[in-house]
Ligand binder design. Sequence first.
Ligand SMILES: CC(C)(COP(=O)(O)OP(=O)(O)OC[C@H]1O[C@@H](n2cnc3c(N)ncnc32)[C@H](O)[C@@H]1OP(=O)(O)O)[C@@H](O)C(=O)NCCC(=O)NCCS
Length: 325
Amino acid sequence: MAHIMGFGGYTPERIVTNDDWAQLVDTTDEWITQRTGIKRRRVAADDESTMTMAVAAAESVLEDSGLVPDDIDEIILATDTPEMMTPDTSALVQHQLGCRNIPTYDLAGSGCAGFVQAVDVARSRIAVDPKKVLVIGVELISRMISPKDRNTAVLFGDAAGAVIMGPEPARAEVLNVVSGTDGGNAEILTLAAGGTRNPFNEVTLANGDYNRLVMDGRKVFVEAVRRMSEASVEVLRRIGKSVSDVALVIPHQANLRIIEAVRKRMGLDEDKFFVNIQEYGNTGSATVPLAMWEAVNNDRIQKGDLVVLTAFGAGFHWAAAAVQF
Ligand SMILES: CC(C)(COP(=O)(O)OP(=O)(O)OC[C@H]1O[C@@H](n2cnc3c(N)ncnc32)[C@H](O)[C@@H]1OP(=O)(O)O)[C@@H](O)C(=O)NCCC(=O)NCCS
C-alpha cells in the first residue's frame, strides 16, 4: 500500500514567450502554438541549478505534507538533466535539504517518463519497507540543449515537481502502475553528448555535438500517443475499472496534439484531461508532478476522484499510474 502524503512544485520566475524565441531562431508564435500548444515556458536563472530547483520542490511538498526533512527515509529523483555526471543530484538534494544520511538515488535518463517510473519504484520500496519516500521530478533542459536548434529548443522548459509517498493512508493511494520500455527505439530521441559514446571534448565542441538533442519528432509523436493511451487503459483494467470511472487524466505535456490524440483514443471529454503545456512547455520528468500539484491546488481533483497519470519519454520508456484520491 503506497499513499501520497503531499504535493509540491517549483517553477523559475523567468518567462520566455514564443515571440521571445522568434527573436532568436527562425520560428513564429503561430507555428509553435499550432504545432505544440505551447505559449510560454520558464527558464532557470543563472544562479539556479537542477539541485536548487529540486530542493525548492522538496521544500514545497514538505510544507504541504506537514513534514520536516528528518521525516524522509529515502529520496528518488528522476531527471535527464542532472547537476553533474557524478555524483547524482539526489545526493546533493539530501545534503542541501538537511535530511539524515538516508539512501538516495537518481532515476536518470528515462526521459519524460522518469517521474511516473519513480513513483512505481517508490511503491515497491514502501512495500518492502514501510518508509517515507520523497519522489522528485526535475529538469533544467534549457541549459543542456542548443538554443540555436528551432526543432527542439522551443519545446522545453525548466521546472520541478515532487510528492512524498508513505505506507499509511493519506491524501491519495497509488493503486497500480503499468510501465514498459522499448530500447529498440532508443536512437530516435537522444542527447548523447557527455556519455562514453560521445564524451565532451574539442571535437564535440567544434561539431556543436555537445548540446545536440536528436529527435525524430513524428515517430516520437506516434509512439507517445499509442503508449500513453494503452498504458492508461491497461492500468485501469488491472484495478477493475474503465475509462468511464476516471475523474481526471494527467498526461505528460509534450505537445497539445499528442494530449488530444490520447484523449480521443481513450474516448474522454476535454474536461477530463489536465493541460498546462501552454504555460510551461515540456518540462520532462517535472511535467507530471508539476501538473498534479497544480491540479490539486486549483481544485481540479476532489476527494474520491480516480486519477490517471501517464507519461512517455526517451528510451522509449512509458508508464501510467492509477491514483485514488
Ligand atoms: C516536434 C513536433 C512539434 C514537430 O511537429 P510536426 O507537425 O511533426 O512538424 P514536422 O516534423 O512535420 O516539421 C514541419 C516543418 O516545421 C519545421 N520546424 C520545426 N521546428 C520549427 C519551429 N520551431 N518553427 C518553425 N518551423 C519549425 C521543420 O523544419 C519542418 O520543416 P520542413 O518541412 O521544411 O522540413 C512534433 O513532431 C512533436 O511534438 N513530436 C513529439 C516530440 C516530443 O514529444 N518530444 C519529447 C519527448 S517526450
